[in-house]
Design a protein around this ligand. Structure first.
Ligand code: SAH
Ligand code: SF4
Length: 396
């Protein structure tokens, strides 16, 4: 590695701009940032557009991570790239496969932190549920991730890296001659419903999703990406204009008193303020409807009166209501509503003119369902603490 101030000679112009120490990871850089990085490292400006296009295709269309394999680049240029850059994605520490085909990846990111990524195959699609933060700053009382403190935001590279590692595992980088836009896809949809609150990591989530939606490379339509938020109102308008994906909102209650308890961010932006922000979303993002997620908690938010209030509240918003049977976790203070209750609730919403599907829990045997994600280290730490509390033995 040359030091940061060593002039870059070879066939390339010497630039005064200072490079950061160490190689830069190209994964997660937007097209603009990638172009800037190439120029700063000394790639001749005249060819940079072409180089950018070539690199982009190797990284995001073909899934290649080794500059040596980029055969349409000259040997000198490959050496130049290898000197300044790396193409790195997070490491899969372990993979569990459920009896229903769901795959859960434990993913290690820089600093030794861990997040979880879940792939859910269905007959007509394959959805990847990705994480945006290690832990979460919010403390929704029914969510396992909410019991883990926020450790840090994921970088854009770590967010798009989850898509890339899943494609590695699924063997889904196009073979030569295969058109990625028209071939059937194993990974056809992304939901930002893993660990973390995506709108508290807006820029990195946006940049990663722009890479996923880029017309070259991964090429997922913005209608196949759903971002789920607990209701970070100030970022909702930007989500429409700067990402333009579908929006899901963790609604979960029909009165402020109950929502304050379940989704404490409600104390900051209450139901009325949230609904006002949501009203503008479909038009601003040119998308059809918003998904209202509603976790079914026995005796808490699942009465007929709740269902009637819910349809009154969302009146006028193009919406569908996704009912999520509560997924239990050790020590959770709630129980799942009965199937009869969930069906009765769903029927009331449906009769009011809204689709009201009940989300079938997936990957329960591997603890991969919605709201059950928590890093293995955190789980281990928790159980050590529990054991210590139970036995009176304290770990140092
Ligand atoms: N932080 C974002 C996205 C991650 S959570 C958000 O809150 O929207 C993804 C979805 O799973 C949310 O709707 C969340 O409320 C729901 N969820 C969390 N814990 C759950 C649990 N134990 N059972 C069922 N759904 C849960
Ligand atoms: Fe965070 Fe979402 Fe869990 Fe709430 S439901 S604690 S916002 S991950």
């Amino acid at each position: 590695m040359t030091s940061a101030t060593t002039p870059i000679t070879q066939n390339f112009v010497t630039l005064p701009r200072k490079l950061p120490d160490g190689p830069i990871n190209l994964v997660g850089l937007t097209r603009e940032a990638l172009k800037e990085a190439l120029i700063t490292a000394g790639s001749p400006e005249k060819q940079v557009k072409m180089r950018l296009g070539q690199l982009w295709q190797w990284i995001y269309e073909k899934g290649v991570r080794d500059f040596e394999k980029m055969t349409n680049l000259s040997k000198d240029y490959r050496a130049f790239l290898a000197e300044h850059f790396v193409i790195a994605i997070p490491e899969v520490v372990s993979k569990q496969v459920s009896t229903d085909g769901t795959r859960k990846y434990l993913v290690r990111i820089a600093g030794g932190h861990e997040v979880e990524t879940v792939y859910i195959p269905e007959s007509d699609r394959g959805t990847l549920c990705i994480s945006s933060q290690v832990g979460c700053t919010l403390t929704c009382s029914f969510c396992h991730t909410g019991t883990q403190k926020l450790v840090r935001n994921l970088t854009a590279g770590e967010i798009i890296g989850q898509v890339m590692l899943a494609r590695d595992d699924l063997g889904e980088w196009p073979a030569p001659g295969r058109n990625p836009a028209t071939s059937a896809r194993l990974l056809s949809n992304i939901v930002l419903m893993g660990m973390g609150e995506p709108l508290y990591n807006f820029e990195n989530v946006r940049d990663a999703m722009k890479i996923a939606m880029d017309p070259e490379g991964i090429q997922l339509s913005r209608r196949r990406i759903t971002l789920s938020t607990s209701g970070v109102v100030p970022e909702i308008a930007r989500t429409a204009t700067e990402i333009g994906c579908l929006l899901a909102v963790s609604f979960h209650a029909t009165t402020d008193a109950v929502r304050d308890k379940l989704v404490p961010i409600n104390k900051r932006w209450n139901i009325e303020v949230l609904l006002d922000a949501l009203r503008d979303y479909p038009k601003a993002s040119n998308s059809e409807r918003i998904t209202f997620e509603y976790v079914m908690l026995k005796g808490i938010n699942d009465s007929d009166a709740d269902a009637h209030r819910l349809v009154e509240l969302i009146k006028g918003i193009p919406a569908k209501v996704n009912l999520i049977p509560f997924n239990p976790w050790p020590g959770a203070p709630y129980e799942r509503s009965s199937n009869n209750r969930i069906n009765a609730f769903s029927e009331i919403v449906y009769q009011a003119g809204y689709a009201s599907p009940v989300r079938r829990p997936r990957g329960e045997d591997i603890f991969a369902a919605c709201g059950q994600l928590k890093s293995a280290t955190e789980r281990a730490r928790k159980s050590r603490k529990d054991i210590a509390a139970e036995t009176g033995i304290h770990s140092i």
